[in-house]
Every structure is written in C-alpha cells, then in structure tokens.
Write a protein that binds this ligand. Structure first.
Ligand code: NDP
Length: 282
C-alpha cells in the first residue's frame, strides 16, 4: 500500500507533483486557494487547508512563497504532522519555518526543487529535490518523496536545502550572464547564432570541471598549486574583453564585476593564484 498524503498548492509545480503521486498510486488529498484546480486530477479535494492537513500525516506544501505558507497554515492544527515544504525560500525562511513547525508539534523538512514542472514524474529527466531538516521524517517518507523526482538529503540544518538550491541557481545566472554577453558580441556580425551555439555549449562544458579544482583549492587552502591560468595572466587580458565589448557596442555590465574582483585580488599580490581566493574576497 502506498502512503497517503496531502498537497497544498496546485500551481504549475504542485499540479505536476500531484499527477506524479496519483500516477504512482498514492492516495492524495489536495487543496488550492482558488477552487477548481483539482478538477479531473483524481485527488480528494479538501475544502480548507485545515481539512487537507487533517486528512493525512504527510503534508506537502508547494505554494508561491513563504508568506503564502504563513497565510495558508495560520491557525491550523499541525500537531503530529510531517510537514514537507517545497515552496522556494531563503535559508533563513526555512530555519524560521522549521522552528515554527516544531513549536506546533510537527516534524519539518524543507525542499528545494531542481526542476521545471515538465521534468517532474519522469525518472530519467534528471529532476531532483534537495531536502534538509528532520532526517527522521526524510527516512520515514523517502520512498514517497522519491516519486516525483530524485532526492538529495543535505543535512539536519533546515536552511541547507534552500542554500544548495540558491547556490546552484546563482551559478546558473552567472553562466546565463556570460551567454548573454557572448551572443551580444556576435549580434551585429555575419555569424549565425545557431552556428555559434554549439561552440558555446562545448566551451562551457569543457570549462565546467574547473569547479573541482576550485573546490580542492578551497579545501587545501593552497590557491597557487598546479595553476595553469593564473589571475595575473587573466587580468592582463581583461582589457581585451572590455575593449572588444566596446568595439562591438556591447555594454560590459555583465562581465566587469567579475573582472574587477580579479583585478583587486591581483593588486593585493595574488597574481600567481587561480580563482579560489576570490571566494573569501567576495
Ligand atoms: P504558480 O504561480 O504556478 O502557483 C502558485 C501557487 O501558490 C498556486 O497554487 C497559488 O494558488 C498559490 N498561492 C499563491 N499565493 C497564495 C496565498 N497567499 N495563499 C495560498 N496559496 C497561494 O507557481 P509554481 O507552482 O510554479 O511554484 C510553486 C513553488 O514551486 C514556488 O515556490 C516555486 O518557486 C517553486 N518552484 C517552481 C518551479 C517552476 O519552474 N515552476 C521550479 C522550482 C521550484 P492560486 O491558484 O489560488 O493562485
């Protein structure tokens, strides 16, 4: 028999989660602020958040933001419940929400979803969810939680799932900034974006494993060991990047913050190192 659960929030992501649990045979009680979202899903529809919470021990939240969680669960009896909050928020919000849940007699697990809704419920999509908070809750429900996407439990600190989530998203935005700048550089030239795209993908893929070198340097504390492209060399060619941008009529605003961080580090005598030292400087 499959664990029954309640789900609050049937937006794009909540609906994808609901479909995955229902398809796997889990009895599901669903609530959404605006009625009608559960029509045709095959879930039991709860009229109020309190009814949804009362229906099952395992209660999953997938609402817009932490404020909507606060509003939705205000005054609802949470004693003895296992709350899993998949609503995106900051580490501080997750820690506060965990303490709030504990005060109300509930176990709490926070989640950060690393996927878009179409990836949910497809085991080979690469979708997964970071979880942190009550390890006991995670162990008790890990098979149920693994239905919509993969699971990666990152610790008892309830803020760690959000921190991992935001760290990965932040790196992604750095990558998107570079991609935006690169396409801007070629925009007015006779270079087809679709011809350039595979070159960009291959280059980013080749550079990505550098992450491991940075991690090793951060752990060893030796930021100059085995360096092949030191910061002094990189800063010397920074002008090439900004002059090329100027020549192409492209604003350097997406790349200058990182270049100036490197310049300050070299000016302070770290020219023989690679980028690991920038982490502490930032
Ligand atoms: P949607 O905007 O599609 O849905 C938002 C949901 O929150 C709806 O069910 C909405 O109810 C509900 N809601 C909003 N405000 C309140 C409130 N004050 N009280 C009660 N319910 C409220 O968002 P998603 O489903 O896409 O996202 C849900 C969560 O999942 C977010 O935290 C998001 O960051 C996260 N997430 C989403 C991803 C995505 O690609 N979509 C990826 C990873 C995480 P109503 O129908 O009444 O408006």
């Amino acid at each position: 028999t499959k664990t029954p659960l309640s789900l609050l929030g049937l937006g794009a992501m909540g609906t994808a989660l609901a479909r995955a649990w229902l398809a796997a045979g889990h009895p599901l009680t669903a609530w959404n602020r605006t009625p009608g979202k559960a029509d045709g899903l095959g879930a039991d529809v709860a009229a109020t958040p309190a009814d949804a919470v009362a229906a099952n021990r395992l209660v999953v939240l997938c609402l817009l933001n932490d404020a909507s969680v606060e509003q939705t669960l205000a005054g609802v009896d949470l004693a003895g419940k296992d709350l899993v909050d998949l609503t995106t928020g900051t580490p501080a919000q997750a820690r506060a929400r965990a303490a709030w849940a504990r005060e109300r007699g509930a176990r709490f697990l926070d989640g950060g979803i690393m996927a878009v809704p179409p990836m949910i419920g497809h085991p080979r999509s690469g979708a997964y969810v970071f979880y942190s908070g009550s390890g006991a809750l995670f162990e008790d429900h890990r098979r149920t939680l693994a239905v919509p996407a993969g699971t990666n439990y990152v610790g008892e600190d309830p803020g760690f799932a959000a921190l991992h989530d935001v760290a990965l998203l932040s790196a992604m935005y750095g990558m998107f900034a570079g991609i935006t700048h690169a396409f801007a550089l070629i925009r007015d030239e006779d270079i087809a974006p679709t011809a350039f795209a595979p070159l960009l993908v291959d280059w980013l893929t080749a550079m990505a494993p550098h992450v491991h070198r940075t991690a090793e340097h951060l752990e060893s504390g030796n930021h100059a060991e085995g360096v092949v492209s030191n910061l002094a060399m990189q800063v010397a060619s920074a002008r090439t990047l900004t002059d090329t941008a100027a020549g192409q009529g492209v604003s350097p605003e997406l790349i200058t913050p990182f270049l100036s961080l490197m310049e300050r580090h070299v000016a302070d005598g770290h020219g023989d190192e690679d980028g690991a030292g920038l982490v502490a400087r930032l």
